[in-house]
Design a binder for this molecule. Structure first.
Ligand code: FES
Length: 112
């Protein structure tokens, strides 16, 4: 049985560490009460984070961040989304839901 990440009093949940984020370029956490979340450094300002639900709005595959294309790319039918979750290329036609994310020391936190 999968345990879920506890939600703090301020509504944020720990999803990973800065070291993990910078090593992999993204953090995927599937244990939030809200479901899956994917966190990256915001390409427009890398001191900030961008977080969203990586469940593709086409058929539900899990997208991942592609640094070279500066996009979230879906492995199933090639939909692309920008760092704000907006559709760049279909077949998906709805954006990915975004969440608030922040750093606290070495910890990556998401409010989902
Ligand atoms: Fe993502 Fe089809 S499920 S493009």
């Amino acid at each position: 049985q999968q345990s879920t990440t506890p939600v703090r009093a301020d509504g944020f949940q720990e999803v990973g560490t800065v070291a993990e984020l910078d090593k992999n370029g993204q953090i995927l956490n599937e244990k939030l009460a809200a479901g899956k979340v994917l966190v990256i450094r915001d390409p427009k300002d890398t001191s900030k984070l961008a977080a969203l639900n990586p469940t593709c709005t086409h058929r539900g595959c899990t997208v991942s961040w592609n640094q070279d294309q500066s996009s979230f790319v879906c492995p199933c039918h090639g939909s692309k989304f920008n760092s704000d979750g907006k559709v760049v290329n279909g077949p998906a036609d709805k954006p990915l839901p975004t969440y608030t994310a922040k750093l606290e020391g070495d910890t990556v936190l998401v409010k989902a």
